[in-house]
Design a protein around this ligand. Structure first.
Ligand SMILES: [Zn+2]
Ligand SMILES: [Zn+2]
Length: 138
């Protein structure tokens, strides 16, 4: 759980419709990476009339507030997740689609090396491979 993820929008001082609050709640509870379509289906179980454009508008607002981050996972779709305090990178399993987070220390200084040698500031690395579960069953 991240600092944002433990807080409700009401606590943060935003007056939103229940539909919009539910988008945030779904993202926090899931704790993973969801597309707008997945979020829409979940919210629709409680508010059947909500549509995808409301979901996108809500996500844009949450992104602007710095609560939600749009993440590219290489699949072409737009995924959204709760913004974390510490920047993180993504490991994507090509076999089962599992997504894991890694932080700067797991990169063993690769991020600072890139900055030093190329002046490249690494924000979000996307690494493809096999997760531990898939690697052992292969
Ligand atoms: Zn896997
Ligand atoms: Zn992520």
């Amino acid at each position: 759980m991240t600092h944002h993820a433990t807080r409700t929008l009401q606590e943060l001082g935003y007056r939103l419709t229940p539909q919009r609050t539910l988008v945030w709640d779904q993202l926090r509870e899931d704790g993973g990476h969801l597309t707008a379509e997945e979020l829409c289906r979940r919210v629709q179980s409680q508010f059947p009339h909500i549509n995808i454009s409301t979901i996108y508008r809500t996500l844009e607002l949450l992104v602007n507030l710095g609560l939600v981050k749009e993440t590219h996972l290489g699949s072409g779709g737009r995924h959204f997740e709760v913004e974390e305090e510490v920047p993180h990178h993504h490991l994507v399993c090509e076999k089962c689609g599992r997504v894991e987070h890694v932080h700067g220390e797991d990169l063993n200084g690769a991020d600072t090396a890139l900055l030093k040698t190329r002046g490249f500031e690494l924000h979000d690395a996307l690494l493809f491979g096999s997760c531990s579960a898939c690697a052992t069953t292969a």
